[in-house]
Write a protein that binds this ligand. Structure first.
Ligand SMILES: C[S@@+](CC[C@H](N)C(=O)[O-])C[C@H]1O[C@@H](n2cnc3c(N)ncnc32)[C@H](O)[C@@H]1O
Length: 194
């Protein structure tokens, strides 16, 4: 669950660039309609993606839940320093495999580069399913086992390794219908809760 020190340094130094030049444009193509309501962001790290999504979609409120207290503090500092989003965005410490929210309390969820950090990632999928309303969407980007080549996996050690097909099967078995899934090493996927 805790990131290796090198990965934490790399993520914190580069996530703004990664977000702007790679992640966000691709993520936005997954969002096939207006986004509104209450959204969960799993593992938001220092918060850049959550803040960018809140700016892009003025009808949403977002709660980011990260396991790492330092990251939550950094995300809160970034929230306060930026444009006025404090009424629509909050960051909390928590565990994606045991969320503190009631069943059916979110309209949608984002999962960005977190499942590969969780040994029991199917438990996190079950939690996403539990807290989403029926019909709620999941927007996901994660790294498959193909990403973790020798060398890469020493610098960015995963707790879980899965193929795209395995991830799709796990989501489907939990009650989340996968609507689109692309990429073999870097997976982009959208699912809907049954
Ligand atoms: C690689 S970073 C991704 C950060 C950000 N989402 C991004 O894509 O740049 C993984 C994040 O997941 C968090 N994390 C790991 N295990 C978690 C868990 N069980 N529950 C919630 N967050 C977790 C880590 O603390 C870290 O901030």
């Amino acid at each position: 669950m805790e990131m290796h020190w090198f990965e934490k340094w790399a993520v914190n130094s580069l996530s703004a660039f990664y977000l702007r030049w790679y992640l966000l444009p691709r993520l936005l193509t997954l969002i096939d309609g207006p986004l509104a309501g209450r959204g969960l962001v799993l593992g938001p790290g220092i918060g850049w993606e959550t803040l960018a999504l809140a700016e892009k979609f003025p009808e949403v409120t977002l709660i980011g839940v990260d396991y790492d207290v330092d990251q939550v503090e950094r995300a809160r500092r970034n929230l306060k320093a930026g444009p006025s989003l404090v009424t629509r965005v909050a960051f909390e410490q928590g565990d994606a495999t045991a969320l503190s929210f009631s069943a059916g309390s979110f309209d949608f969820a984002f999962e960005l580069n977190v499942f590969h950090h969780i040994r029991d990632y199917p438990a996190a999928i079950r939690e996403v399913h539990r807290v989403l309303k029926p019909g709620g969407r999941v927007f996901l980007q994660d790294l498959s086992e193909r990403f973790f080549l020798p060398g890469v996996r020493q610098l960015f050690p995963p707790e879980s390794r899965f193929t795209r097909a395995e991830l799709v099967r796990e989501l489907d078995a939990t009650g989340l219908d996968v609507e689109t899934a692309t990429g073999q090493a870097i997976i982009f996927l959208r699912a809907r809760r049954r």
